[in-house]
Design a protein around this ligand. Structure first.
Ligand code: FAD
Length: 547
């Protein structure tokens, strides 16, 4: 039996709204479905905008995933662009819409209303913020204006404020257009969702590519420069000259409509919804960047402005409107970004987030596997961090950076997290292998094996952050030529190959902290020493993780 209402209105026709509309039509051929968007386009690829600015996506039309005609002809859905929804009358179940071309206002009745109004880019009220040349990037017209500005002024210097995903994508794309780029970031690291030691690999790449990083410094204001450019003044007293500024300091959920209609707003400032994406009004659903969702790992409410969750939530809202009992599981923040040839991705909790939440029941390991068999041409190392529960091995989060294969490993671990998997599951995971694609023991298996070894007590580990004391000895088990080319202060060198014959050189009243380049030889050395009665721990991730 078809239980869906007759008239369903959707506010916002991009990621969440468009997904919801298409799913509604697939489930209900008879409902009247109408989308309103205040912008000139629906269903456009906001994620592609930085690449359009950079010229990698050459044709603006490629950004249009679906247009009004396609919605009408294929889905029998009416789309009203340039139509701002001004208010909701919940009592009468109507909305007031303003046609931004004619200026006319009208009311439209609904049986069900879906809000997918997205988020707006933050533009803090700093001195000079309204000077020409300071841009945010959210829509196709935004990207068009930035492109035009660069072309017409032959811009050569850009300052990107904010070192998050969009900020770094813009840094890369502006560099691609031969601008010199400075990224100013308030935190001491780029990519705030990641832990700093993983972000450090990205920072290294950015610097190598000529991007200037001003970390740990906020923007104080902007001034017009005599040469018609801009001067960005920082809180730390620095001044950066620029021909344009991109503000990429985050987004705020677009909640004005929901607030004025008296819908509940959550503690993080997003529209409050239940697991069926329903607001406190049973006839109104909300999805996407505008809503607050539950962090799957930490059990807290959070805002995760990503396209994947928005699309899935749109689909779930459609299901529920059509009488199906779908529910949203929550988010774990699985995300990926490309930065000058690096893939950097994360899923689940970061160490920072766990510490912030007061969680102490976790351990971390680092490894540096290749994306495919080491003997096959083109093998490249990635850096992978895995966080898991000390008490039961449950996987909490993972982060990785490398030139290839990062996406696949983080996706596999993301799925394991969703299925409440443990490191023992990763150890046993059966993944595809041929030499050019992976390893008979894949990077994911290695991560599981190392973590499981730690939990079983076969591999006691330590991290570089733990201070060396008078009771500890650092033991470098690499070859002498490696040792000579650089080693940790105060370390002894006994290569792992000769270790069994030189055990007598190691004091028994001290803890030995073993390290090698990446942790693998250190593991073998740890096993040798443990089985010879030496108190030993392996420095996880080896020298590659030394700060
Ligand atoms: P949106 O897609 O923003 O759509 C909201 C729409 O609602 C807008 O068109 C707006 O005009 C309209 N609207 C708002 N209020 C009203 C109103 N009152 N009346 C009428 N219309 C209204 N996510 C990823 O997962 N991966 C990426 O690589 C990625 N890259 C991105 C790059 C950029 C430059 C940007 C800006 C975002 C990126 N995102 C990425 C985020 C992703 O695009 C968003 O999470 C997603 O689009 C959110 O979908 P939404 O439906 O909630 O909102």
């Amino acid at each position: 039996m078809n239980t869906s209402p007759k008239r369903i209105l959707i506010v916002g026709g991009v990621a969440g709204g468009a997904a919801c509309a298409a799913r509604l039509r697939r489930l209900d051929e008879h409902a009247e479905i109408v989308i309103f968007d205040r912008g000139p386009y629906v269903s456009f690829a906001n994620c592609g905008l930085p690449y359009y600015v950079g010229g990698i996506i050459a044709d603006e039309k490629s950004l249009l995933v679906a247009d009004e005609a396609l919605f009408r002809e294929r889905f029998n859905i009416r789309v009203h662009t340039r139509s701002d929804v001004l208010s909701i009358d919940r009592g009468n179940r109507t909305i007031t819409v303003c046609d931004l071309v004619s200026g006319e206002k009208r009311t439209e009745a609904y049986d069900a209303l879906v809000l997918s109004p997205g988020a707006s880019a933050l533009r803090p009220p700093l001195p000079g913020i309204d000077l020409p040349g300071i841009f945010t990037l959210r829509t196709i017209p935004d990207s068009r204006v930035i492109r035009k500005w660069i072309d017409e002024r032959q811009a050569q210097r850009a300052v990107v404020v904010g070192g998050g995903f969009i900020g770094l994508e813009m840094a890369e794309n502006l560099s691609h257009r031969n601008l010199t780029v400075t990224v100013i970031e308030m935190l001491n690291q780029v990519l705030p969702p990641l832990d700093p030691e993983i972000a450090a690999f990205v920072e290294e790449r950015l610097r190598k590519q000529g991007v200037t990083l001003a970390l740990g410094d906020g923007v104080a204001g902007f001034e017009a420069a005599p040469d018609a450019g801009l001067v960005v003044k920082s809180q730390g007293g620095n001044a950066y000259e620029a021909d344009l500024v991109i503000l990429a300091i985050g987004v705020r959920p677009e909640t004005a409509l929901a607030r004025s209609a008296g819908l509940e707003i959550g503690s993080r400032g997003g529209i409050q919804v239940d697991e069926h994406m329903q607001t406190n009004d049973p006839a109104i659903w909300a999805v996407g960047d505008a809503v607050e969702v539950r962090d799957w790992n930490l059990g807290q409410n959070t805002l995760v402005p990503l396209a994947g969750p928005a699309a899935r939530q749109g689909r779930i809202a459609a299901d529920v409107i059509c009488g199906r009992p779908s529910h949203f599981r929550g988010v774990q923040g699985t995300a990926i970004c490309g930065v000058f040839g690096l893939q950097v991705a994360a899923t689940g909790a970061s160490e920072k987030a766990l510490v912030r939440a007061g969680d102490t029941d976790f351990e971390k390991i680092y490894l540096h596997p290749t994306q495919h068999a080491g003997y096959f041409p083109g093998a490249k190392r990635m850096h992978l961090k895995l966080l898991f529960r000390k008490s039961n091995g449950r996987i909490l989060g993972a982060q990785a950076v490398g030139e290839e294969g990062v996406d696949r490993r983080i996706d596999v671990i993301a799925m394991a997290i969703q299925k409440e998997g443990t490191v023992y599951d990763l150890e046993e995971a059966e993944l595809c292998y041929a030499p050019q694609f992976g390893g008979a023991k894949d990077a994911v298996n290695f991560a599981g094996m190392i973590a499981a070894n730690v939990l079983r007590g076969d591999l006691p580990i330590v991290h570089w952050s733990e201070p060396v004391t008078a009771d500890t000895i650092l033991l470098d088990v690499r070859d002498p030529d490696e040792f000579t080319s650089g080693h940790a202060d105060g370390a002894l060198n006994i290569p792992v190959g000769g270790l069994r014959h030189r055990l007598a050189e190691l004091p028994r009243d001290k803890e030995i902290r073993v390290y090698c380049a990446v942790g693998q030889r250190g593991y073998l050395a740890t096993r040798i020493l443990m089985q010879n009665g030496v108190s030993v721990r392996n420095l996880s991730g080896g020298l590659a993780m030394q700060p």
